[in-house]
Design a protein. Structure first.
Ligand SMILES: NC(=O)c1ccc[n+]([C@@H]2O[C@H](COP(=O)([O-])OP(=O)(O)OC[C@H]3O[C@@H](n4cnc5c(N)ncnc54)[C@H](O)[C@@H]3O)[C@@H](O)[C@H]2O)c1
Length: 275
């Protein structure tokens, strides 16, 4: 166990990086049920409306150094990929544990290495959430006996793919049946569909890595929810899991299960003996 400047305080100081749909939802849960009364701060984008807003019991920062001077014990990143590469490393280096939600950023091997180096230097923990997918505990356990196949299939309604390279694959407004948009590795999916690869990254990190994780992405007019399927085969046997996720009321692009998984991770972190 290491010590941190905050280790003698009994109530952990929690920083939320990004106050969008997930961040606001998390703030409300922390204040109402997870840890009412805990000191909470948010890092927001300079110039955003949140930077000028005021929420009771919340400190707002637009600058990483100022946030560090506030001495958080734990940060939850729920902003954008760029925050994972620019804000998370200095926090880890300063000994702050970080729960990362924008997992798609971790498709970048160089960033994974620099985060690992920062965590080592600060003797801090980088924690990833399962987010919108499940079954990662079984996948991670199965690794021990060797895995032959990990295949993730993601299905979303056609309109959910607007603004992505899927627009070059088919006419999203006209398709009448499930249409394959991408088939390849999680590494290639991370390059081509960076904003849609939080789940593939979670699967790759828990299992056999980005190069060996197979990914299929489909636009499917028959589904109204985001559907995630995971098939795993190895010497342990096989399993298949299918999730049909409802959207977070505040953001139709984000699965409700994601916010619930962050809350579960935070509760687990807080229950565990800390430094
Ligand atoms: N792991 C998963 O399964 C999973 C599922 C859904 C979403 N996500 C990811 O979680 C993240 C948040 O999702 P959301 O639905 O809340 O998105 P959102 O768009 O509602 O919120 C993102 C927030 O980040 C803020 N932001 C942007 N740049 C910033 C900066 N430099 N500093 C501080 N804040 C900054 C934006 O102003 C915005 O308020 C996204 O990266 C998303 O891809 C992960």
């Amino acid at each position: 166990m290491t010590s941190s400047p905050a280790s003698d305080r009994s109530t952990p100081r929690i920083a939320i990086l990004g106050l969008g749909a997930i961040g606001r939802n998390l703030l409300a849960s922390i204040q109402s049920s997870i840890l009412p009364g805990a000191p909470v701060a948010a890092l927001v984008r300079a110039g955003s409306t949140a930077a000028h807003g005021h929420a009771p019991g919340l400190e707002i920062f637009t600058d990483t150094d100022a946030l560090l001077r506030w001495k958080p014990d734990l940060a939850v990143e729920c902003a954008v990929h760029e925050v994972v590469s620019s804000v998370v490393p200095p926090l880890l280096q300063a000994g702050v544990d970080v729960i990362v939600v924008s997992l798609g950023a971790l498709g970048d091997a160089a960033l994974r290495e620099s985060l690992a180096a920062a965590a080592n230097a600060g003797r801090a923990r980088l924690i990833t959430v399962s987010g919108a997918i499940g079954g990662l505990d079984a996948l991670a356990a199965a690794r021990g006996a060797g895995i032959r196949l990990v295949r993730y299939t993601g299905r979303k309604p056609p309109q959910a793919w607007l603004g992505t390279p899927a627009e070059q694959v088919c006419d999203l407004g006209a398709i009448g049946e499930a249409t394959l948009l991408f088939e390849g590795s999680a590494a290639d999916a991370a390059h081509l569909y960076p904003k849609n690869t939080n789940v593939t990254a979670a699967v790759a990190l828990a299992g056999v890595g980005f190069e060996k994780t197979g990914v299929r992405l489909l636009a499917d007019p028959a589904v109204s929810k985001n559907v995630h399927e995971l098939e795993v085969e190895g010497d342990f046997g096989r399993f298949a899991i299918r999730l049909e996720n409802s959207a977070l009321p505040e953001n139709p692009k984000t699965s409700w299960l994601t916010t619930l998984s962050i809350e579960a991770e935070l509760r687990k972190y807080l229950a565990w003996p800390r430094r």
